[in-house]
Ligand binder design. Sequence first.
Ligand code: N01
Length: 503
Amino acid sequence: MTQHTEVDHLIVGAGFAGLCAAIKLDEAGETDLVVIEKDSDVGGTWHINTYPGAECDVPSQLYSYSFALNPDWSKVYSPQQEIWEYTKKVATEAGILDRVVLETAVLDATWDDGLKRWIVTVAPVNGKKKLTYAARTLISGSGGLSEPSLPDIKGIDSFAGETFHSARWNHDVSLEGKRVAVIGTGASAIQLVPEVQKVAAQVDVYQRTPNWIIPRNERRFTRVEKELFRRVPGVQRAVRAGVYATLEGRVPAFAKFPDLLKVVERQGKANIAKAIKDPELRAKVTPAYRAGCKRILVSNKWYPALASANVELVTDGIAEITPTGIVDTLGNTREIDVLVIATGFHVTDPPIAAHVTGRDGRTLAEVWSEKGMRAYKGTTVHGFPNLFQLVGPNTALGHSSMIFIIESQVRYVVEAARHLRRTGAVTVEPTLEAQDAWSDAIQERMKPTVWTTGGCASWYLDEFGHNTTLWPGQTFTFRHHLSRFDADKYVVDSAPTREAVTA
Ligand code: N01
């Protein structure tokens, strides 16, 4: 018989979500937990994404846990290293690092309905020896933007120079004096290109669709401000509340009145006009869809970088990649030394879903292939007892900090864990009716939003054209929905487990 390591809560991923779950469960007395992290340290996306120029595009005052404000942020928008160090500090101070298993990947997770446990197989990323856990609950904090999506371009594998994805930056490759091509012009590309441009001989930027990019209201916090935040946390809380309210004020424009976003388009056009004099280049970078349809980006550096003498914006599309360069659809070949792929992530088709098998033997990927990603309150899934998905379907934001959503979900998970302990129940699983009602209502609310009507294709949309990524309302409404564990929407199984029967 296979030996399993018994654990109450198995958490996948030690990023903001997984760490928050570990900290809050621990505080609630649910101390028997393990966090499985494939990376070499905690921090998730903020440890992995080390491309030059990586910074947060959500204001730093809002980009921290509510229970661990950071008076030491250096700037209005924090750099990657600072955010990573912050996550590490919080995890260390909370005393949970001893339960984080690093450099270990979750291979699969299968619900055993006899044992009433998730059987989770893990293995070291650099080794073969597998280990299985039998966990009462499985909490996924694996992140919505963690699995790089690689473009399916003819000949891409034949390229003989160095290639890497923006989220897997290869710091061993010097770009000094090199000819570099960057595919993609999303949030990652607009941060890294201005840095690469400073050192490379030539940068060819391959743009499929331009983004709306507004100025970044950037500045460093003064010593006096930081000291004030440290000594009077209430001041920092007030600043944070102000940022939060400002961002929430934008939701009606996204969700109900997309025409209001013309204001953003004016800002975006002014941003272009300020940096780019060439009318042809201006036309190329001006989007032809409503602002907000894709994520609105912030940068003061992107357009000046594009206007630099050593940067060429290529909009003719890629026909083929050869061992030495890229051929566009007009037949022009541009020779390169390094290829940077900044084409985003698997968002609506998370690869891990193919490795999570539920009560009736079907994987999450199979279930979601029918109607797209669905979860009750973005967190629990019918057919998958005791599975909690942090940053699950329809929980992402285009306007504010994901940490607010993560904390809301984690409260719900902690309440569910308390419910299980208090009632002696073994499993909780949302009813299909509750899940369908929740997901259908969200899709109904999506109809007038800019993400549906704005005239663009975006990574928010799945293969059915449904936005299964974003939360379509105010974040405080989301928090309200998850403020208590609503057991009446769940099938609660109190049957004794097999081991209990034999004991
Ligand atoms: O990825 P993206 P990203 N051929 O999907 C293009 C977060 N983030 O890594 O628009 C050619 O936005 C694609 O073109 P198109 C943030 O939530 C946050 O940049 O699909 N091009 C697009 O230009 C962000 O939104 C921060 O036509 C192809 C680009 O590649 C999310 O991560 C910083 C292609 C992909 O852009 C993802 O950003 C960085 C193909 N086959 C990232 N396939 C913060 O500051 C795709 N593209 C918090």
